[in-house]
Design a protein around this ligand. Structure first.
Ligand code: NAD
Ligand code: ZN
Ligand code: ZN
Length: 342
């Protein structure tokens, strides 16, 4: 490696525009690889990171981005199961300890030693990044890096969320919020045999949901989604997956679920919502949070993509566009996912 710097979009201060500048080229440490990026998706989480609007904050300056796809160009010390030239990706679960009770029991996403891509370690909004080769994504061969990138966060997150919604084939699932995560959730739910209802506050998003296989849609700006879903399903949805970026959608999920149903929260808008205790008890609802997925969930999510069952709607941009894309995300103006092509 001869370059000593590379270009990146750096979060210098919360709430300020990302600064496009040269940063120092990192050297891969033990179990790490240096990756030359080909593409990176832009997740709403990157915007939360840059705004510093979650209770646990990253430390500026840092490089966001956790849907990066690129080629391994250098390996650090250690035994690796990837080699120079392989196509890999960085993910939110950048690494974990591998030893704690969570790591040992299939809950590595809850490891308290975990590092998060583009949050606690520098991410994919730059032309180079580091990955931990024990935790990086293995990208199947022959796919466009821009198209596969959203699977690395949006895809695995909703795939896992749908699994833990315990919705069975033939049952109804509501996808609330049809953005980067939600439009891919519609596709995974269809692939998993579920009957999909989509809820958003923008008609274009609902059109996209229909294109990807939703059989019924509700614009929550113009109709009460609980009433509409109860009527369409005859008693409510078995599962509700909330990927929306407004707390209101989380409260509405309770009214959309059927008795005994399961509600899964993926979305992470800052704030709270009022939860009606009586309705939760009398409908015997399960409400659970779900955070990205394990390496196994990721392998499965990528496999469904590779077999042609999932096709993210992605528009490409350049690294220089990242501030403009953030502005569009803030206003719900991104159709599907935006991804940087390097
Ligand atoms: P996005 O901006 O692409 O999509 C958000 C969608 O929510 C938009 O379509 C918007 O119109 C819709 N929305 C806004 N208000 C709504 C309302 N009141 N009702 C219904 N829909 C509404 O964002 P994204 O990249 O899909 O991310 C969504 C959220 O998921 C973010 O908060 C992100 O941080 C979080 N996230 C969580 C995980 C996890 O592991 N749990 C992983 C990735 C992202
Ligand atoms: Zn993400
Ligand atoms: Zn651990």
């Amino acid at each position: 490696m001869t370059d000593t710097t590379f270009r990146a979009a750096v979060v210098e201060d919360f709430g300020a525009e990302l600064n496009l500048r040269d940063v120092e080229m990192p050297t891969p440490g033990r179990n790490q690889a240096l990756v030359k990026l080909q593409a990176s998706g832009i997740c709403h989480t990157d915007l939360h990171a840059a705004e510093g609007d979650w209770p646990v904050k990253p430390e500026p300056p840092f490089v966001a981005g956790h849907e990066g796809v690129g080629e391994v160009v250098e390996l650090g010390p250690g035994d690796h199961t990837v080699k120079v030239g392989d196509i890999v990706g960085n993910v939110w679960l950048w690494s974990a300890c591998g030893e704690c009770v969570y790591c040992r029991t299939g809950w590595e996403t809850l490891c308290s030693q975990a590092e998060y891509g583009g949050y606690t370690v520098n991410g994919s909004f730059g032309t180079y990044m580091l990955v931990d080769t024990r935790y990086c994504a293995r990208i199947p061969e022959g796919f466009d890096p821009v198209e596969v990138a959203p699977i690395l966060c949006a895809g695995v997150t909703v795939y896992k969320g749908l699994k833990v919604s315990e919705t069975k084939p033939g049952q109804f699932v509501v996808i609330s919020g049809v953005g980067g995560l939600g439009h891919i959730a519609v596709q995974y739910a269809v692939a998993m045999g579920m009957r999909v209802i989509a809820v958003d506050i923008a008609d274009e998003k609902l059109e996209l949901a229909k294109k990807h296989g939703a059989e019924f849609t509700v614009n929550a700006k113009h109709a009460d989604p609980a009433e509409a879903v109860q009527e369409f399903t005859g008693g409510g949805a078995h599962g509700v997956l909330v990927t929306a970026v407004h707390p209101q959608a989380f409260g509405q999920a309770i009214g959309m679920a059927r008795k005994g149903g399961t509600i899964v929260f993926n979305g992470l808008p800052p704030g709270d919502f009022p939860a009606p205790i009586f309705e939760i008890v009398f409908k015997a609802l399960t409400i659970r949070g779900s955070l990205v997925g394990t390496r196994q969930d990721l392998a499965e999510a990528l496999d469904l993509y590779a077999r042609g069952l999932i096709k993210p709607t992605v528009s490409e941009c350049s690294l220089d566009d990242v501030n403009a894309v953030f502005e569009d995300l803030r206003h719900g103006k991104v159709d599907g996912r935006m991804a940087i092509r390097y």
